[in-house]
Design a protein around this ligand. Structure first.
Ligand code: MN3
Length: 192
């Protein structure tokens, strides 16, 4: 069965002015769709076509990059919402305090991971046992191949921010934290 490109959780212009409709047009419509199409072309008629996306990713091999990028992008879209950002609420707020000491410390660590991921990749908030941690991954690498449970992610490939922020990745990271983060999604993942 072909892997589907999931619908966005909001309208393409809903994150503007923080992330423009043009960025989403390209990032979702070209990049994300491109990973899905390449993945489907690679698995068509093979044993992999019968597997779930997560199982394909965990199997590694030649399809890993397109499969992991398919999953990572869906997770990224849900990590943002119009009117999001700012202080966390609910269980995730307590967990952040417990693991990092304060929201500000978490923010510093997450921003630093996202800013210092050299080249293309991702920064993540994950749960490892009872602790939360910040991770960064290169290219398509994803925590779902590890024991860590992803709660939230930011895409720091240039295609995620170059139209809106040019080379200023730190500005994009700040806006992500201040105006876009979907803490409801992080709470859902923490619980699940
Ligand atoms: Mn991307």
């Amino acid at each position: 069965m072909a892997i589907e490109l999931p619908a966005l959780p909001w309208a393409k212009d809903a994150l503007a002015p923080h992330i423009s409709e043009e960025t989403i047009e390209y990032h979702y419509g070209k990049h994300h769709a491109g990973y899905v199409n390449k993945l489907n072309a690679a698995i068509e008629g093979t044993e992999l076509a019968k597997k779930s996306l997560v199982d394909i990713i965990r199997g590694g091999g030649a399809t890993f990059n397109n499969a992991a990028q398919t999953w990572n992008h869906t997770f990224y879209w849900h990590s943002m919402k119009p009117g999001g950002g700012g202080q966390p609420t609910g269980a995730i707020a307590d967990a952040i305090k417990g693991s990092f000491g304060s929201y500000d410390k978490f923010r510093e660590e997450f921003s630093n991971a996202a800013a210092t991921q050299f080249g293309s990749g991702w920064a993540w908030l994950v749960a490892e046992g009872n602790k939360l941690a910040v991770k960064k991954t290169l290219n398509a690498e994803t925590p779902i191949t590890t024991s860590a449970k992803p709660l939230l992610t930011i895409d720091v490939w240039e295609h995620a921010y170059y139209i809106d922020y040019r080379n200023a990745r730190p500005d994009y990271i700040q806006v992500f934290l201040d105006s876009l983060v979907n803490w409801d999604f992080a709470n859902q993942n923490l619980k699940g």
